[in-house]
Ligand binder design. Structure first.
Ligand SMILES: [Cu+2]
Length: 468
């Protein structure tokens, strides 16, 4: 049901995509340049060490180390320097606040917000190894640590073409952005939202097998994390049923800890609500629990963990359960207002938003440029169900056409309305009808800019609709 564009479709659009992406990049460059322009560059010397002068010969050559902070890593270029004075040019390329600290020397930058930069000058570095960390609680343990090696004879690999107060020149920025954009859609292992098949039981239930387990999940090219999944995919498989169906979800727990399954936005008997320890005992590792109910739609429901959920859900344990035919329901609610050519929706898309845990900022478990593009012809319609399984509200914006909001949380609105940016709060589902009006590659992204852009190019909650 989610669009899994065939390789040939994507191939056909590549040159077109390339041109359009270049256009998008002008916007990206402008925004990023603006950010860099207004962010104060801060140099901190928080003890006397920073102001001491050195007469050693190595001090005559400025050693510059470019530092990039992300969730959760500290990368330094170069990571080996000669003794003496070093200038660290630090950029926070992540989404959370971070700093750059050398605890043994009592040296640190201030806390940097996403996209902010700072310089830290450290003099008198001696041969040996220097431990670098981010001092935000928990970030070092999550991987934000690095080692700077100070060695005689190491070259002071200062980038001579780098402006002293910026971590990147504008040319480097343009190049980085283009390099990223041109790989879209980048191929990664694993795809979520696959339709879950059922088997009919002897007692007349549609039986769905849902197994919780941890797999290596590729969020972006080469970045594998521990994905806490249903059936090995993020988001979990889509369950489609009709009103009146007797439904049995056989939930097996192969996690190293207990879990339970809550059917959010779906009418079920209290004992099937998945809220342990009230409505059931936790499903312990190795155990299975059957969730049974009669489907009472229409509904746009989410299923997710309700046990240690602040960890299990953002790590991947969430999926869609949809009751009845929402292509038809949505088009009926739209009643021709979007200009669809034939009154029928061509695609129904589940788009799960996430911003936390092992998966982080993502659309359907993937970060741009590994997100899935969607293809439409002019006059064709895509019905999307936005699901927010994260911790923050995400204003989702498609660059044309304007969406017609037809349902909230699976309830069709009395008065559907147009909106080009739809704020989706945690737990909410919004159903929106988009009919393609003009050919082109139209970006589709969260409009919190740090959820979509970095100085190195577009990232995280970005994808595109390719209209021909
Ligand atoms: Cu966002």
């Amino acid at each position: 049901m989610s669009d899994t564009s065939s390789g040939s479709t994507v191939q056909k659009n590549e040159s077109f995509l390339a041109k359009s992406v270049v256009g998008l990049m002008f916007v990206a460059v402008s925004i990023a340049a603006l950010v860099l322009g207004v962010v104060a560059v801060v140099a901190i010397n928080n003890d006397n060490g920073g102001s001491s002068t050195s007469s050693s010969s190595s001090a005559a050559v400025a050693t510059i180390v470019q530092v990039r902070l992300t969730e959760f890593a500290v990368t330094m270029t170069p990571a080996t320097v000669p003794p003496g004075e070093v200038t660290f040019q630090v950029v926070n390329g992540g989404t959370l606040e971070h700093n750059f600290a050398i605890p043994t020397l009592n040296k640190r930058t201030i806390m940097l917000k996403s996209g902010e930069t700072a310089e830290l000058v450290v003099s008198g570095l001696e041969v040996g190894e220097v431990a670098i960390i981010c001092e935000v609680a928990g970030h070092e343990a999550s991987g934000m640590k690095a080692t700077l090696t100070v060695a005689e004879g190491a070259s002071a690999m200062a980038s001579t073409d780098t402006a002293p107060m910026s971590a990147m020149t504008w040319q480097q920025m343009d190049k980085a952005m283009e390099d990223v954009a041109m790989t879209y859609p980048a191929k990664t292992e694993g795809i979520g939202n696959q339709e879950l098949e059922y088997t009919m039981s002897a007692d007349g239930y549609k039986e769905f097998l849902l197994t919780a387990k941890i797999v290596k999940w590729e969020v972006e090219v080469g970045k594998f994390v521990d994905g806490w999944t249903y059936n090995g995919m993020i988001p979990g498989p889509v369950i489609h049923v009709n009103s009146g169906d007797k439904v049995r979800i056989i939930h097996k727990n192969e996690l190293p800890e207990s879990t339970s399954l809550h059917l959010h936005g779906i009418r079920v008997p209290n004992a099937m609500d998945g809220v342990d320890p009230y409505t059931q005992k936790p499903i312990e590792p190795g155990a299975t629990f059957n969730y049974e109910f009669v489907a009472d739609g229409p509904a746009v429901g989410m299923y997710h963990s309700h046990h240690n959920a602040q960890v299990q859900i953002p790590n991947g344990m969430a999926g869609a359960i949809i009751i009845d035919d929402w292509k038809t329901l949505a088009m009926k609610a739209a009643s021709g207002r979007t200009g669809d050519a034939d009154g029928k929706a061509e695609q129904e898309v589940v788009m799960v938003l996430n911003d936390a845990g092992n998966i982080g900022l993502s659309l359907n478990g993937k970060s741009f440029p590994a997100t899935t593009p969607y293809t439409l012809k002019v006059g064709e319609t895509l019905v999307v169900h936005y699901y927010n399984e994260g911790f923050m509200t995400h204003p989702m914006h498609m660059h044309q056409p304007t969406g017609l909001v037809v349902a909230r949380d699976g309830v069709v609105l009395d008065s559907p309305y147009f909106a080009d940016t739809i704020s989706v709060a945690p737990g909410e589902r919004w159903t929106v009808v988009y009919t393609a009006q003009d050919a082109g590659v139209w970006a589709w992204h969260c409009h919190i800019l740090t959820h979509a852009e970095t100085p190195q190019g577009m990232r995280y909650m970005v994808t595109a609709v390719i209209v021909s």
